[in-house]
Design a protein around this ligand. Structure first.
Ligand SMILES: O=c1ccn([C@@H]2O[C@H](COP(=O)(O)OP(=O)(O)O[C@H]3O[C@H](CO)[C@@H](O)[C@H](O)[C@H]3O)[C@@H](O)[C@H]2O)c(=O)[nH]1
Length: 473
């Protein structure tokens, strides 16, 4: 530690949750903070996540500290230290709750570090607020969500709006935002339980109470994208939201590669570009469970649509065989990739002109930044709300058609084919393409050094948080 001569620098701790979608934005934040010569950053993680984080931050001077992940947690298989390795997302709550057992090791590690100016830790690591209070530094929370979705959660919860309608698909108007309609199916348990209890509720409550008592919330979004909701949140909630994104624009520098070093899927995209073909990118994030029946229908829908596509699926889906041996059936028009890809690189590829996405917030932002319109197919968490934002609020995409019109309905091959073709070739597709390109431009402006709204917000936040320190340096 001495070698860092850290005493003269501002020291920020970042502690991401062990889930890829929650980790990426904080790694980009590390990169952004380290552009300031008077800052050092320490990232906390676990040994099972170390190599992923170390590789991602290899271009920076960030320090990484590994804590042992709690052992012998009922239901959690040994060695699982990230949500994408969980056998089922139903284990999310026990996994997240077990992280509290890391608190003693976390605090022991802090004792060895130079003074901390502030910490940004994930909402699911609620207990880090107690440590921050103990050591006397401010904590900001990061959930990885947009403000639109946070406002909608708050709007339904404070007036118990989900408990009026008889049907899960009945439209509910939000008095706070009268132009927005949601259904109970846009929300998961425990939000939909009239008398909530259990581990997930316990986790949400602990996380919420810690967030309210924290200094503020770091939002991976930009003011121009959701000004109405940012203003509402900052007026109505006790926890200030700081829009400092899109953090994916603070991307790691990519090494120049020789053509033979490119992954096969990028070479395939290059080929499509040469052939003048537009490609639909299909991916559902790092942790979604999709039923075998639904996977089969996606495979057939894609096969029957006229578009070229690149589909990234996770390992669990591989075992299914049959319809999934798409490569043999569709020739050169589509490709299925089973590896971890650089999604940002794919979205930025000039041949990609549509994204069939589960609407994880990172995917939405990355698509906006690449100017690629979205075919929204939300699966879990706040994704149905993100999908409403995409298709109804900012209109940068369309929604897949479910067979019964319900948010959670089954998507048949015909409904998928129809909407894929509309997005890629239809008139409404053209409209949303224009909108997404405009928002992409606004996103770049927001991040401009010196004048962009997100740049100025982070500057103000950092100045506020370090001014107390400044007198002593
Ligand atoms: O092969 C892959 C798969 C994913 N990614 C990246 O992984 C991230 C995935 O994040 P996201 O699109 O947000 O999906 P999830 O991993 O499902 O995200 C979780 O976290 C998000 C942020 O809180 C929430 O919005 C989602 O609902 C929740 O499922 C993105 O940056 C992708 O670019 C890759 O680079 N390569």
């Amino acid at each position: 530690m001495e070698a860092r001569s850290r005493d003269s620098k501002y020291h920020v701790i970042l502690f991401p949750f062990m889930s890829k979608g929650h980790t990426f934005p904080l790694l980009d934040l590390a990169r952004l903070l380290l552009r300031r010569p008077d800052f050092i950053v320490t990232v906390f993680t676990t040994s099972g996540n170390h190599s992923f984080i170390a590789n991602s931050l290899s271009d920076t001077t960030a320090f990484i500290i590994d804590l042992p992940f709690p052992q012998n947690i009922p239901q959690i298989p040994a060695g699982v230290e990230s949500t994408d390795q969980l056998p089922s997302m139903s284990l999310f709550a026990p996994f997240a709750l077990s992280t509290k057992l890391m608190q003693p090791d976390f605090e022991k590690a802090i004792e060895t570090l130079p003074p901390v100016s502030f910490m940004v830790s994930d909402g699911f690591l609620w207990w880090t607020l107690d440590s921050a209070i103990k050591f006397g530094f401010p904590r900001l929370v990061s959930y990885g969500m947009c403000i639109y979705s946070s406002c909608l959660y708050k709007a339904v919860a404070e007036r118990r709006l989900l408990f009026g309608p008889e049907s899960d698909d009945e439209l509910i108007t939000l008095p706070q935002f009268p132009w927005i309609k949601v259904t109970r199916n846009d929300f998961d348990s425990p939000f939909t339980d009239s008398e909530p209890s259990g581990p997930l509720f316990e986790l949400n409550m602990a996380s919420l109470i810690a967030a309210i008592n924290s200094y503020g919330t770091i939002i991976n979004s930009f003011y121009e994208l959701e000004a109405t909701f940012a203003d509402h949140w900052n007026k109505e909630s006790g926890n200030k939201a700081w829009c400092v994104g899109p953090l994916c624009l603070v991307d790691a520098p990519r090494a120049q590669r020789e053509p033979h070093e490119k992954p096969t899927w990028i070479k395939w995209l290059d080929q499509k570009l040469q052939q003048g073909r537009s490609v639909l990118y299909v991916a559902f994030g790092s942790q979604v469970d999709i039923s075998p029946q639904q996977l089969k229908e996606i495979a057939i829908g894609l096969k029957e649509s006229r578009v070229s596509f690149l589909w990234v699926t996770r390992a669990k889906e591989l075992e299914l065989g049959g319809e999934f041996e798409l490569e043999e059936r569709i020739g050169d028009r589509g490709i299925v990739v089973r590896e971890w890809v650089d999604q940002r690189e794919i979205l930025m590829h000039k041949s990609v002109s549509g994204f069939l996405s589960h609407c994880g917030w990172n995917s939405v932002l990355e698509s906006i930044c690449a100017g690629v319109p979205i075919l929204a197919w939300p699966m879990m968490a706040e994704q149905p709300l993100n999908a409403r934002m995409v298709a109804e609020e900012i209109r940068v995409g369309l929604r897949v058609e479910t067979c019964n019109g319900s948010v959670r309905g089954f998507v048949k091959r015909e409904g998928l084919k129809k909407m894929v073709e509309e997005l890629m070739e239809g008139e409404i597709g053209k409209e949303v393409r224009k909108n997404v390109e405009e928002y992409g431009e606004l996103a770049r402006k927001a991040m401009e050094v010196g004048g962009g709204s997100s740049w100025r917000t982070l500057d103000t936040l950092v100045n506020d948080l370090t001014c107390a320190d400044r007198g002593t340096r």
